[in-house]
Design a binder for this molecule. Structure first.
Ligand SMILES: Cc1cc2nc3c(=O)[nH]c(=O)nc-3n(C[C@H](O)[C@H](O)[C@H](O)COP(=O)(O)OP(=O)(O)OC[C@H]3O[C@@H](n4cnc5c(N)ncnc54)[C@H](O)[C@@H]3O)c2cc1C
Ligand SMILES: *[C@@H]1O[C@H](CO)[C@@H](O)[C@H](O)[C@H]1NC(C)=O
Ligand SMILES: *[C@@H]1O[C@H](CO)[C@@H](O)[C@H](O)[C@H]1NC(C)=O
Ligand SMILES: *[C@@H]1O[C@H](CO)[C@@H](O)[C@H](O)[C@H]1NC(C)=O
Ligand SMILES: *[C@@H]1O[C@H](CO)[C@@H](O)[C@H](O)[C@H]1NC(C)=O
Ligand SMILES: *[C@@H]1O[C@H](CO)[C@@H](O)[C@H](O)[C@H]1NC(C)=O
Ligand SMILES: *[C@@H]1O[C@H](CO)[C@@H](O)[C@H](O)[C@H]1NC(C)=O
Length: 638
């Protein structure tokens, strides 16, 4: 979640106070020559959440050898990675990924936000740790995927985590609630709530309720709806990030000589036998220094875990994708799957900034026009004395604002469409009346279009039901962020050359379907309602341009303003190798096996048919556990 954070922090890494975590010089970090000379049962392309979760579980069986090939480096234990309040992902994002001009966003070109580091997104993300709504998984199942309901997944969600509940005192002061029955206490991912809240969050909590948003006991119990504290992938003991490198590599590696990791190396092709069985991969140095590709064998399976942007690129380069696209680049077709790179989605965000107390410092405290509650995030960003005090407090006592993710507050409101607007039935009726194919990318394959029609029926049913379609957040400073969960718009990812080291063409196609704009407009009005409730109005918030309650009032004006500020990505790129029947443009079956070949699965967020009500990482950890169990059962592993 949270592009606004990335934007605010800019692209310069703040390596100020480095913590002592050195890269383990362990034998299981292999070089390319060693990897190529070793026999592996499984080769995993991509060391992010899915890749490391599955590698950890497969190597529990000492008879199995696994190689993870990761494009990025190990992080160096910087505060920017490990300390929530010092969060800055810039050093470990893909540096050169840009979109094509976005037709729904005034033809702007945007940076595509995506992690490139051991741990993948979990090392650079905003640590928000929430599962989807049970309706999301019911929807995936209804699209032809048995075994993916909430009841099917809950044991794996519990297995994945060790959730630490707050003290009774903090819970009472901060209005934190939870449902202990749905949480795990022995899993690898350390999850908890921050140990501090800014006082203004109480104003916002009251305002949300004044605007009709009820508290949600626990967003992780299958119902993501209402106002709640954001759970984080944070270790309650150390108050540091629990990323996949920490929880599925460092945690176990000392006892796993069979778990190899090859960093700073990009898988460039999946290799197939003449019988179309995946037999291994080719790889190159990510920095391009060694041009000669090397190959490594996988005697059982190749597992693709390269994330929502790079998995479709890698599959297409390997001959798995739309035949016409592959032909244009002279790539022999191994499996003609038009769905590879189609169905591309993210959870785009709308930032809204306000003139309120946080701006006092910028005016040297000469203007008494606003009344924001202090301290808030602005106090940390603008007052070096306060910032130093709070960092010292964190170092000494592991408490205070540095236990929060930088620039994020503790409260979040997740809203079903009927929570957003009483006119929700009109929005659904207008959407249902539209030709579902009218807004798809030009040239969409007929099977992909059929899959979209099926998905759209599920999405329309969700709009009338309980699952959240959007969210609201105030960071206690000058920024509100409007989150969107369920795009109707669909984009594409397509190769632009035959090299894995070149960027693919990335087209989010954000806000190209009018149903999305109708929902975003309603969400923005709901945000205004919350900000106008007495406890927030008392702080004097005034919308900054391009918004403004006096000037930007019509739906057309609101939509124009949204198009000018909306970010197409929240780093939640997904759904580009969808788990759907092949006749619906699917790429993988419900065991995540790629159609038309054997020995190949896609295990990363690309397999999602559509995004869940919330953020991806908790689901990716849980479904990593699930798919590892499926693979272990197939090969009789312990
Ligand atoms: C800035 C940011 C903020 C986010 N905030 C949140 C949040 O607060 N909460 C949340 O739940 N989610 C958040 N996300 C999203 C979440 O982290 C991802 O959706 C999740 O990590 C996806 O898991 P994955 O296993 O599918 O892929 P990833 O974790 O992305 O892992 C894919 C890995 O594959 C590697 N790779 C790519 N191509 C190749 C190749 N050819 N060869 C070898 N390796 C390759 C990549 O370098 C990467 O490490 C955020 C993401 C970003 C970028
Ligand atoms: C990889 O497979 C090829 C073809 O079967 C074989 O020649 C080669 O020896 C194998 N390499 C290793 C390291 O097992
Ligand atoms: C779970 O977290 C608690 C406290 O935060 C800790 O005492 C315990 O050791 C952790 N368990 C595991 C398995 O990580
Ligand atoms: C907790 O709830 C009470 C009652 O609604 C409210 O007055 C207070 O501001 C809230 N505090 C926080 C931190 O949410
Ligand atoms: C900055 O923080 C210090 C320490 O908390 C505080 O004493 C001071 O009043 C703050 N300054 C301003 C301008 O808010
Ligand atoms: C840490 O907590 C102790 C005990 O409450 C307190 O005396 C000390 O000042 C705190 N340290 C910092 C740096 O805040
Ligand atoms: C796609 O490839 C063409 C030809 O090499 C190049 O000019 C263009 O910049 C590439 N586009 C992107 C977005 O990388």
């Amino acid at each position: 979640m949270v592009l606004s954070t990335v934007k605010r922090l800019g692209l310069a890494l703040l390596v100020t106070q480095a913590l002592a975590r050195v890269v383990p010089e362990h034998a299981t970090i292999v070089d390319r020559t060693t990897a190529a000379a070793t026999s592996y049962d499984f080769v995993i392309a991509g060391g992010g959440i899915a890749g490391l979760t599955v590698a950890d579980r497969l190597t529990e069986d000492p008879s199995v050898n696994v190689l993870v090939v990761e494009a990025g480096p190990f992080d160096q234990g910087e505060d920017a990675v490990l300390v929530p309040g010092a969060y800055n992902p810039a050093a470990y994002l893909w540096p050169d990924l840009f979109t094509v001009p976005q037709e729904g966003l005034n033809n702007g070109v945007y940076f595509a936000i995506c992690g490139r580091v051991v741990g993948g997104g979990s090392t650079v993300n905003a640590m928000i740790f929430i599962r989807g709504d049970q309706e999301d998984y019911a929807g995936w199942t209804a699209l032809g995927n048995p075994g993916w309901t909430w009841a099917d997944l809950l044991p794996y969600f519990e297995k994945s985590e060790n959730f630490t509940f707050p003290s009774a005192q903090l819970a009472a002061q901060g209005n934190i609630t939870w449902n202990a029955a749905v949480h795990g206490s022995a899993g690898p991912v350390q999850a908890t709530y921050p140990d501090y809240f800014f006082p203004g969050s109480g104003n916002w909590f009251e305002a949300a309720q004044h605007a009709g948003i009820a508290p949600d006991t626990d967003p992780n119990d299958g119902s993501v709806r209402g106002v709640f504290w954001l759970p984080l992938a944070e270790d309650a003991r150390t108050r540091t990030r629990s990323d996949a490198r920490v929880n599925h590599y460092d945690r176990v590696i000392a006892t796993r000589p069979n778990y190899h990791l090859l960093p700073e190396t990009s898988v460039s092709r999946v290799l197939f036998s003449s019988a179309k069985r995946a037999t291994g991969v080719q790889f190159v140095a990510t920095d391009g220094t060694s041009s000669a590709p090397t190959t490594v064998n996988a005697s059982k399976e190749v597992l693709v875990a390269a994330g929502g942007l790079h998995t479709p690129q890698l599959l297409q380069l390997s001959g798995i994708g739309p035949a016409a696209l592959l032909a244009a680049f002279g790539i022999p077709v191994v499996s003609d799957l038009p769905g590879v790179g189609a169905n591309f989605q993210d959870q785009p965000t709308i930032p809204m900034t306000y003139n309120l107390g946080a701006r006092k410092s910028e005016r040297q405290l000469t203007s008494p026009v606003t009344n924001n509650v202090s301290p808030n995030w602005g106090s940390l960003l603008n007052n070096a004395t306060y910032d130093a005090e709070q960092y010292a407090r964190y170092e000494a006592n592991k408490t205070g604002p540095y236990t929060l993710v930088r620039t994020l507050s503790t409260n979040f409101a997740a809203l079903a469409l009927r929570d957003i607007t009483p006119d929700y039935l009109a929005i659904i009726a207008q959407a249902a009346a539209r030709n579902p194919l009218a807004y798809l990318p030009a040239g969409t394959d007929a099977t992909v279009a059929a899959g979209y029609v099926a998905q759209r029926a599920v999405l329309l049913a969700q709009l009338a039901a309980d699952a959240a379609v959007g969210g609201l957040h105030w960071n206690t400073d000058a920024t509100n962020t409007l989150y969107t969960f369920k795009p109707f718009s669909r984009g594409t990812v397509a190769i632009n050359s035959t090299s894995i080291l070149d960027s693919p063409l990335i087209d989010y196609r954000t806000a190209t379907d009018p149903t999305d704009l109708a929902i975003y407009t309603a969400l923005l009005k709901k945000n205004r309602q919350v900000m106008a409730a007495p406890s927030m109005a008392a702080l004097g918030p005034v919308e900054d341009a391009p918004f403004g309650t006096a000037t930007v009032t019509s739906d057309a004006a609101i939509q124009a303003a949204i198009r000018s500020v909306m970010s197409p990505t929240n780093g939640h790129e997904c759904c580009t190798a969808a788990m759907l029947p092949r006749a619906l443009g699917g790429v993988v079956d419900s065991d995540l096996q790629v159609y038309g070949v054997t020995g190949l699965r896609v295990i990363d967020v690309s397999y999602w048919p559509f995004p869940v009500a919330g953020a991806p990482s908790a689901t990716m950890y849980g479904t990593g556990e699930k798919i590892a169990a499926v693979i272990k059962a197939k090969y009789g592993l312990s």
